[in-house]
Design a protein around this ligand. Structure first.
Ligand code: T3D
Length: 264
């Protein structure tokens, strides 16, 4: 497939930066952008040189969710099967982000609405500009939270806040999102991208295999019993213990030097 301008993809060292790039539409998803986003995530998964992913948005917004003008949406009068959009585009993208055994950083540079908010919240470490807004915009147009929102929000916030955000569609800013534990940190707007790039570079220099296994373990905890989780920790630690990065980490500690992880 030809590369699309709707996702700007830049590889720098071991960081792959994906910038959602339809700024005139607040980077909302049309079909072309959906296809390009999925292809970019598949590249992140398949390219062993990629050891961390950074997702952000071009212009003043992060992502306004589904492009409501697109043919595929509810803009025409005929009823459309929105479940098909979810099945074809959002669910595969969400599954790719969650199953990617490499850290995915998200820098929410501006408004993140609807599926745009929930894609951001599905990432592993989320930073936001203090002025950014998270809006569960779905109820404004009669829809339900998708892109993993109905799963993620109650786990992050508990039912009371999850239901209020989803039913009221009130925006919350980046600082509040950090204070509520929805994201890792908020930064002054001018500082956000520098901090996000620094974090992505740091993660890309980390023990990639171990970080991927850490992601798998923490995500599995959402549905596992303690017993099952303890068994999983045993199995994944066994796997981590056979990595070259573990040997390097221990050697570096004992040698009182910084480790040089290769992601293997
Ligand atoms: O297939 C399916 O539909 C199922 C899947 C659904 C998943 C979803 O994501 S549903 C939720 C869809 N998103 C929304 O409902 C959000 C709609 N947008 C807004 O509510 C507001 O734009 C924002 C709160 C995000 C930002 O407000 P504001 O005042 O900062 O900006 P604005 O002036 O509203 O928008 C700027 C431009 O972007 C404007 O275009 P214009 O007038 O300058 O030509 C606006 O129309 C456009 N835009 C913003 N969001 C969308 C959009 N165009 C198309 N689709 C959008 N979602």
């Amino acid at each position: 497939m030809a590369e699309s301008d709707t996702i700007d993809m830049v590889s720098d060292g071991n960081v792959l930066t994906l910038t959602l790039n339809r700024p005139d539409k607040l980077n909302s998803f049309n079909d072309e952008m959906h296809v390009a986003f999925r292809a970019a995530l598949e590249r992140a998964r398949d390219d062993s040189d990629v050891r961390a992913v950074l997702i952000t948005g071009a212009g003043r917004g992060f992502c306004a969710g589904q492009d409501l003008d697109s043919l595929n949406s509810g803009g025409n009068s005929a009823p459309v099967d929105l479940g098909a959009t979810i099945e074809t585009f959002y669910n595969p993208a969400l599954r790719l982000i969650r199953s990617l055994e490499k850290p995915v950083v998200c820098a929410v540079n501006g408004v993140a609405a609807g599926a745009g908010a929930n894609i951001a919240l599905a990432c592993d470490i989320v930073l936001a500009a203090r002025s950014a807004k998270f809006v569960q915009a779905f109820s404004m147009i009669g829809l339900i939270p998708d892109a993993g929102g109905s799963w993620n929000l109650p786990r992050m916030l508990g039912e009371p806040r999850a239901k209020a955000l989803a039913m009221l569609a009130e925006p919350i800013d980046g600082q509040t999102a950090a204070d509520w534990g929805m994201i890792w940190k908020a930064f002054d707007d001018a500082e956000l991208m520098e901090q996000a790039n620094k974090l992505a570079r740091r993660l890309a220099g980390g023990p990639t295999k171990g970080l991927g296994l850490t992601k798998r373990a923490i995500q599995a905890a959402a549905t596992n019993s303690l017993d099952t989780q303890l068994d999983l920790e045993r199995d994944l630690q066994r796997e981590a213990g056979y990595t070259a990065d573990y040997s390097e980490g221990v050697a570096a500690f004992l040698g009182k030097r910084k480790p040089e992880f290769r992601g293997q």
